[in-house]
Design a protein around this ligand. Structure first.
Ligand code: ATP
Length: 236
């Protein structure tokens, strides 16, 4: 059984339907990519999973129907969303942002271990632990947003455009840590990316969205071998 399953999911903003029947499944410990051009519906797919938009179809997580379930409840079931634009709290320190990530947890030892894990994955944050999030660079804010998700000890992380606006070397660093998180901690992931090269460094399979529908789906190697994917997303 898949950890996360989307069956024929639709989503609308007001009366305007922008997802027209998306199906996707993510196994335990697996990472699945969502590729696609601007406006294709990648962010909305993550919002649908998190309960942030009105949805149709069916979404299950760990065998439980979560279609239309509220975002706080979805989070408490073990899904952490790292939104595009990051959503860190600017006037709180790095340390306090991380504490916020762990607000549903009571296991002090586990929380301390996960804080250490974040600082090990992102050494920049160790140096900036007392700084306000607003004083961090874009790359450090992205690292903080991912770390805040880790602090919730999720079974699944939804990652929205983690490379957006970052210098190529910073984006590589962020994705190296994401890869480690997956390999060492076994956290399942849905990775939304416009940069397919970075997505393919983490995921085992992916779907390509076009105007709110799945246009291609396959393993990473299958997709990376397709002419249309190479032309549109791999620069060749
Ligand atoms: P991008 O990479 O630009 O973020 P995306 O693939 O994530 O693109 P979405 O942000 O999911 O695409 O947008 C899908 C469609 O929904 C687009 O046509 C967009 O204009 C529309 N849309 C997104 N957010 C809203 C909103 N809050 N209200 C109304 N329409 C929206």
């Amino acid at each position: 059984m898949s950890l996360l399953q989307l069956e024929d999911v639709t989503a609308a903003y007001g009366h305007s339907e922008v997802l027209h029947g998306i199906s996707l499944s993510v196994d335990d410990n697996a990472a699945v990519g969502i590729l696609g051009a601007n406006g294709a519906g990648k962010t909305t797919t993550l919002r649908a999973i998190s309960g942030m938009v009105k949805v149709g179809g069916r979404i299950t997580f760990d065998g439980r129907d979560i279609t239309g379930v509220r975002p706080d409840r979805v989070a408490s079931l073990g899904i952490a969303h790292v939104p595009e634009g990051r959503g860190t709290i600017g006037d709180l320190s790095v340390r306090d942002n991380l504490r916020v990530g762990a607000y549903l947890r009571k296991d002090r030892t586990g929380i301390a271990e996960d804080l250490e894990l974040c600082l090990d994955l992102f050494p920049n944050l160790r140096q900036r632990i007392g700084s306000n999030a607003s004083a961090l660079s874009g790359g450090e804010q992205q690292m903080l947003a991912i770390s805040r998700a880790i602090m919730a000890k999720p079974r699944l992380i939804l990652l929205d455009e983690a490379s957006l606006g970052l210098a190529p070397s910073t984006a590589q660093n962020v994705y190296r840590a994401i890869r480690r998180l997956r390999e060492e901690q076994g956290v399942a992931m849905v990775v939304v990316e416009q940069n397919a090269m970075l997505a393919f460094s983490v995921v085992d399979s992916a779907i390509v969205l076009e105007t709110g529908a799945v246009s291609l789906a396959g393993s990473r190697d299958e997709l990376a071998g397709m002419d249309e994917v190479r032309r549109a997303y791999l620069g060749g």
